[in-house]
Design a protein around this ligand. Structure first.
Ligand code: AP5
Length: 217
């Protein structure tokens, strides 16, 4: 049986952190549209340049581009299930995902809504850095790497801060979330898929809250 999980929450809610745990614990495949778009921008193509400009401002990339990226990953995949991290982000994307999964005779099984207040988000985003090699996520205060400048997970020294992790684009990212993404809370509640978790809790506690929902599937 395949299991498809959506992680829904504002920037910095902890979607990427929890998605990586689920990959390790359950063998599911993480589909992060943010990571796919960052890959596209570093490719230097015309599409990558357009994407970079939009992302740096904190705005959403067009539905057509993002749905196209997800379609490519789903078609022909024999994965036991997916963790959608940062997708869908608009009602149009949610409808498109429903149709894509229906075509594969699959469903969205659960939507984990990660609830975190804006003050915590600013602190999380401003202290975040990630490994450019393996994607491990760190934080200056709450989760620094054991050895400064070296990734605990893979030993790489390519630790980076994201171009859009600054106060100005975070403001726009939050506005985009409340205007365009938060309506998905009602959308999935109506479909009886929504499972809210307290994203302010520790990483382990959030994972335990998610486990309660996932064990019911
Ligand atoms: P994306 O990469 O998806 O960024 P985001 O949604 O803004 O989310 P983040 O990656 O910033 O945060 P997160 O929730 O994963 O938190 P994390 O685990 O890292 O998107 C970037 C851009 O791409 C968008 O702005 C848009 O332009 C474009 N884009 C992407 N998808 C799109 C789509 N579908 N449609 C259109 N455009 C799209 O954690 C954050 C920090 O907090 C870390 O330092 C971590 O260590 C720490 N932390 C995590 N959990 C906890 C905890 N429980 N307690 C304490 N600290 C914690």
């Amino acid at each position: 049986m395949t299991v498809n999980i959506i992680l829904l929450g504002p920037p910095g809610a902890g979607k990427g952190t929890q998605a990586r745990r689920l990959v390790e614990e359950r063998g599911l495949v993480q589909l992060s549209t943010g990571d796919m778009l960052r890959e596209a921008r570093s490719s230097g193509t015309e599409m990558g340049k357009v994407v970079a400009e939009v992302m740096d401002k904190g705005q959403l990339v067009t539905d057509e581009i993002v749905v196209g990226l997800i379609r490519e990953k789903l078609e022909g995949s024999d994965a036991p299930g997916f963790i959608f991290d940062g997708f869908p982000r608009t009602l149009k994307q949610a409808d498109a995902l429903g149709e894509l999964l229906e075509g594969l005779k699959q469903n969205v099984d659960v939507v984990i809504e990660m609830q975190v207040d804006d003050t915590a988000l600013v602190e999380r985003i401003s202290g975040r850095y990630t490994c450019g090699n393996c994607g491990e996520v760190y934080h200056d205060k709450t989760k620094p790497s054991a050895e400064e400048g070296v990734c605990d997970a893979c030993g790489s020294t390519d630790l980076r801060r994201r171009a859009d992790d600054n106060e100005e684009s975070l403001k726009t990212r939050l506005l985009e979330y409340y205007k365009k993404t938060s309506p998905l809370i009602g959308y999935y509640y109506a479909k009886e898929k929504l499972h809210p978790v307290n994203g302010l809790a520790s990483v382990d506690e959030v994972a335990a809250q998610m486990k309660t929902a996932l064990d019911k599937l």
